[in-house]
Design a protein around this ligand. Sequence first.
Ligand code: BTN
Length: 237
Amino acid sequence: MSKFQIYHHPSLPSTNSFALEQIKNHQINHNHVIIADAQTGGKGRMGRNWVSPMGNLYFSLVLKSPKTIAQNGEISFIASVAVKDSLREFDVSGSSEIKLKWPNDILLNGKKVSGILLESDGEFIVVGVGININSNPDNTSYPATNLENEGFARIDKMELLNKFLNHFENLYQEWLSFGFLPIRNLWIKDAFNLNKQINVNLPNQSLTGIFKDLDKNGNLVLNADGQEILISSGEIL
Ligand code: BTN
C-alpha cells in the first residue's frame, strides 16, 4: 500500500496555498498529497503565476521537515529527478529529450514542461509540482510546451502522479540515508547547458559565464572571467 494519502479536489486557488493553510490549521501531515484538476491562482517561482486550466497535473506533496532549512532546498532537486524519471516511463512517438534546468525546471525538447515550487512554514515543506499534459501558456518568458504536443501518448494524470510519488519516495529515502551527493549525481547527468555559456538573472544583477557544476549544496557553479562564483538562487535565461 502506498504511504501517500491523496486528496483530490476539482478546483483550488493553489494546491500549495491550500496545503500551507491546512498545515496552519493542523489538518494535514507528512506524505499527504493535495491534487487539483484546475487552479484559479496557481503560483510559480519568483512571484509569477502558473496558468492552470483543466487537463494538466497540479499537486503539492507535504513533508515533515527532516533536515535544516538550507538542506531542505535539496528536495527540489529530488522532485526534478523524480519528474524526469516518471516521464521516461511513458511511450513517446518521436524524439523526447528531457533536461533539467537549474534550479528546478524540467525541459522537454528544449521547452519548459514542468516546474517546481518549494514552500515551507519551517516545520513542514510543501513540494508543489505542475506538469503540462495537454496545454501550456504561449506567452511565457521561457518557451513552454506540453507532453501531448511532444508526442507523448494520452497521459493519465493519476498514473503520472503515482509514478512520480514512487520515484520521489525512493530518491527521498536515498537522500535521508546518504545525503545530497547521489541526488546531485543523478541531476547533473541531465543538466541543461552544462559546460556551456549561460546568463543568470540574480535579484540585482545578471551574470554571464560557463555553467561548470552543481555543488554539494545545490549551488550553481559559474565560471565568469576565470572566477568561480557560487549562485544559490536565480534564474537561467
Ligand atoms: C515554476 O516553475 O515557476 C514553479 C511552478 C509550480 C507550479 C505548481 S502547480 C501545483 C503547485 N501549486 C501552485 O500554486 N504552484 C505549484
